[in-house]
Write a protein that binds this ligand. Sequence first.
Ligand SMILES: CSCCC(=O)C(=O)COP(=O)(O)O
Ligand SMILES: [Mg+2]
Length: 224
Amino acid sequence: MIKAILTDIEGTTSSIDFVHDTLFPYAQQHLRRFLREQAGDDAVQQALDDVEAIVGQDLSINEAADVLEQWIAEDRKATPLKTLQGLIWKVGYDSGELQGHVYADTPAALQRWHANGHKLYVYSSGSVDAQKLIFGHTAYGDLTPLFSGYFDTRIGGKRERSSYTAILREIGLPGEAVLFLSDIGAELDAAHAAGMRTCQLLRDDKAMPNDAHPQARDFDEIRL
Ligand SMILES: CSCCC(=O)C(=O)COP(=O)(O)O
Ligand SMILES: [Mg+2]
């Protein structure tokens, strides 16, 4: 019996276009100035230290911004980039310039599952803070009260079985009691290898179908 649902964001609850055409460009546009103005902030400094550790050399603010802009262009899921993107997006959400996109079927399905006693969790490459922001600022209101927990790349990459095993340990359920929702076949393969049940979301005709997993075009088609 399914007791918990673990959901991806981009391509699953929310559109790929919103992430790539709104969120990433917003972060790219504000990155350099944000780093210059916020370099004294502990979280920003820690992220910059982590960027230096990945590239293996000291970086000026401008050099770090060059590296981070390149990573944004490559859609690299590096934890310090994701931390910094979340901090930059917070400014946009707080000012009202950004609104978190979720598909129209998403809020009602989350509310239905929550009301039926299913625990809801998020697993995204976006930082936990960024996850709370997107779900906290939707056109349907604040959806964060529906979620029991959030996981990001600090627990591991989304295509690695060990990440899903660690999530199961954290939420205290066996794999067969957890349904993982994602648009990406390799993520679903990793979750399945860890023992989870899976469903691939095929939204906007963008996902590459992976027939090894049950599929749904939206959340209303998901059978628990
Ligand atoms: C928290 S919204 C931004 C998501 C993001 O930064 C990203 O890279 C997409 O990752 P996902 O694992 O949700 O596909
Ligand atoms: Mg996705």
